[in-house]
Design a protein around this ligand. Structure first.
Ligand code: HEM
Length: 164
């Protein structure tokens, strides 16, 4: 365990001194541009996912609109992921030791598992149960969990930024 921790910390320090990380850190406009995109992509990714979750919970209606939301959320999520990695490499050693960053990564992993469960167990027959207006309890559970965990990711992201 200690060995893994030392390896990861050394890797973070190496990452932070790569030419790409140094270029972003030394540029006047690159870091704000990346951080701005990270924040602006938030409503496109998480906002759209929230709308989809609310529909599964029966709190909003409209199949066509929410399916389109999901398409946009994939684009937003890709932007968040790419800009997040760029932000990380510029301050990898600080982020590595930060409990909020670690929690955020764990929550993102949990969200990935939750999304995979939904995709494998409920999505293949969605057109049937959705048309009948009978959302399975398991799909509702995935939606509720997703809503709660996304709030956690945002809170951790913001709190972590305060600490840097
Ligand atoms: C995909 C879902 C994600 C969401 C919803 C999210 C959300 C946030 C939020 C709300 C902030 C605070 C920004 C501010 O107010 O300054 C933030 C900052 C940050 N995020 Fe993310 N993030 C995501 C993914 C990632 C990933 C995948 C990484 C890295 C691998 C990452 C790394 C960072 C870093 C390093 C900061 C701090 C930037 C600073 O110095 O201010 N994020 N994130």
């Amino acid at each position: 365990m200690v060995l893994l921790s030392t390896f990861l910390f050394d890797w973070c320090q190496w990452l932070q001194h790569t030419p790409l990380a140094t270029t972003i850190n030394e540029s006047v406009w690159l870091f704000p541009l990346i951080e701005g995109s990270h924040i602006l992509a938030l409503p496109i990714s998480v906002g759209m996912i929230v709308m989809f979750d609310l529909r599964l919970l029966g709190l909003v209606t409209g199949t066509k609109v929410t399916n389109q939301f999901l398409r946009w959320s994939k684009f937003g999520f890709a932007v968040m992921l790419i800009t997040g990695v760029f932000l990380f490499i510029t301050q990898a050693d600080k982020a590595y030791g930060n409990p909020f960053f670690r929690t955020k990564m764990l929550l993102l992993l949990l969200l990935g598992i939750n999304a995979a469960v939904y995709q494998l167990m409920f999505y293949p027959k969605m057109s049937q149960w959705d048309l009948a207006g009978k959302t399975p309890a398991g799909a509702r559970f995935c939606a509720g969990l997703s809503l709660i965990v996304w709030v956690g990711v945002i809170v951790c992201g913001r709190t972590m930024a305060y600490e840097f």
